[in-house]
Design a protein around this ligand. Structure first.
Ligand code: SF4
Length: 160
């Protein structure tokens, strides 16, 4: 079967109410593109079997790449370790993207899963650091180019 080139997009940008707070963050252009079948929406945290709504989570001790390498953790604001769920969801998104023949992904800024180039620092204080979310890191390791609203980041190249 011939693979088709598709773009993966964060499901919350496509209108799915899958954010930690049970809300969506719809982008009208992305919603339309998904409805036309030009993009495929996925939520790494839902695919990691986390409930919605769920406690806010941040990466502690590094970024998404470090989480994949086992040197950083994903913790909720209530103190639960959700690293396994975040890694499972990230790998499921990346596996699906490869199976679809995707070359690009448009992801939600600053998320511990979808963030690319900047994420929160794990202190739940609103402080940003350089780094990628777990799903973004997994996608980049498969050679998929990530776009966020601030611009384009090629694999292994953090955006400004
Ligand atoms: S994991 Fe990604 S798609 Fe899912 S709610 Fe968070 S930012 Fe949106």
């Amino acid at each position: 079967m011939t693979k088709t080139t598709r773009t993966i997009v964060s499901a919350c940008l496509a209108g799915a109410a899958c954010r930690y707070d049970g809300r969506a963050k719809p982008d009208a252009d992305i919603v339309s593109a998904v409805q036309r079948g030009e993009m495929v929406a996925m939520c790494a945290e839902v695919l990691g079997d986390l409930p919605t709504p769920r406690p806010a989570a941040e990466i502690v001790g590094g970024d998404g790449s470090a989480v994949l390498d086992g040197t950083a953790r994903v913790m909720t604001i209530t103190g639960d370790d959700v690293t396994a769920e975040f890694v499972a969801g990230a790998e499921r998104v990346a596996d699906a993207a490869v199976a679809l023949g995707a070359t690009h992904a448009i992801l939600q800024d600053r998320s511990p899963s979808c963030g690319c180039g900047r994420i929160y620092d794990g202190s739940f204080s609103g402080t940003l650091i350089e780094g990628d979310g777990v799903a973004a890191a997994s996608l980049m390791r498969r050679g998929i180019t990530i776009a966020v609203r601030r611009g384009i980041s090629s694999p292994h190249e953090a955006s400004a």
